[in-house]
Design a protein around this ligand. Structure first.
Ligand SMILES: Nc1ncnc2c1ncn2[C@@H]1O[C@H](COP(=O)(O)OP(=O)(O)OP(=O)(O)O)[C@@H](O)[C@H]1O
Length: 259
């Protein structure tokens, strides 16, 4: 068994009277491809927001790679090696596809104006490396041919893939994907399935995916955590999750076709 790369320990978060995450605990081992599922409003995105410190945690702890992250700023979490995509896309719609990825690729090498001038040669070399790396990530998500296109003009499914390329360009240890299949048609979901499993296999990344498309999660994730009304109700492999009475109850109330 591998050591856990991510330990979620009894985390809690409330928004006013809404207890969005209730005493949730789970561990993700290094190299896993895991899923976080649950009906609408179950608390899944809030768990991602707590891992990436979009919001401060009320109580509990989050250990990433052996160290607590809960007092870090969001950018420090990224520097420690956690990258994510968002349910609501956060691309720079007016920039090119390549520039969207390059901005992320350069995050680990930021320069002030004076430094850019005094180290012009080094800056240019780094920019060239970032460009090459960014093109590799675009190649991986099938968007290399669209590098010069304005991001906002891409079809929705491609914008989602671009978000994945941008997260990859941060060269993370742990990749968090928040509903990557949202708004995709069945063919695009099948391609996404291949993309995620390929990234997991080839880049040896640890990946945690939130997804509403249960069939996608069931096909690609050997480890699944299910939450409902903020609390963890089940954890296990696809077969355990499919049969779990609590999961069936949570999903049948939500969408009879979902599971
Ligand atoms: N910033 C916020 N302010 C107030 N309430 C919030 C905030 N973020 C989340 N919530 C509430 O917390 C609960 C959990 O929301 P969350 O977005 O984490 O659920 P989810 O499982 O990701 O849902 P979905 O699948 O619909 O995206 C919901 O009741 C939601 O309205």
């Amino acid at each position: 068994m591998n050591a856990p790369i991510l330990e979620i320990l009894n985390i809690n978060k409330s928004f006013g009277g809404v207890h969005a995450v209730k005493d949730v605990s789970f561990k993700i081992e290094q190299g896993e491809l895991a899923g976080l599922i649950g009906p609408n409003g179950a608390g899944k995105t809030t768990v991602f927001n707590l891992i990436t410190n979009v919001y401060p945690i009320d109580s509990g702890d989050i250990i990433f790679d052996g160290l607590s992250t809960i007092r870090l700023k969001s950018y420090q979490v990224i520097r420690r090696g956690i990258a994510r995509t968002f349910q609501n896309l956060r691309l720079f719609g007016k920039s090119t596809v390549l520039d969207n990825v390059m901005t992320a690729a350069q995050v680990h090498h930021t320069y002030g104006f004076t430094e850019s001038i005094t180290h012009l040669g080094r800056w240019r070399r780094r920019e060239e490396i970032a460009r090459r790396r960014s093109m590799e990530f675009l190649e991986r998500v099938g968007l290399a041919g669209r590098a010069a296109q304005t991001a906002g003009t891409l079809p929705y499914g491609m914008q989602r893939r671009l978000e994945i390329a941008r997260a990859l360009a941060l060269e993370p240890i742990l990749l968090l994907l928040d509903e990557p299949a949202a708004g995709m048609n069945p063919e695009e979901v099948a391609d996404l399935n291949k993309l995620i499993t390929g990234i997991h296999r080839d880049l040896e990344l640890t990946i945690l995916v939130i997804e509403h498309h249960m069939d996608l999660i069931m096909q690609i994730c050997p480890h699944i955590v299910c939450v409902n009304f903020g609390a963890k109700i089940a954890e296990g492999g696809p077969d355990d999750i499919r049969k779990n009475p609590e999961v069936l109850k949570a999903y049948l109330g939500d969408d009879e076709e979902a599971i």
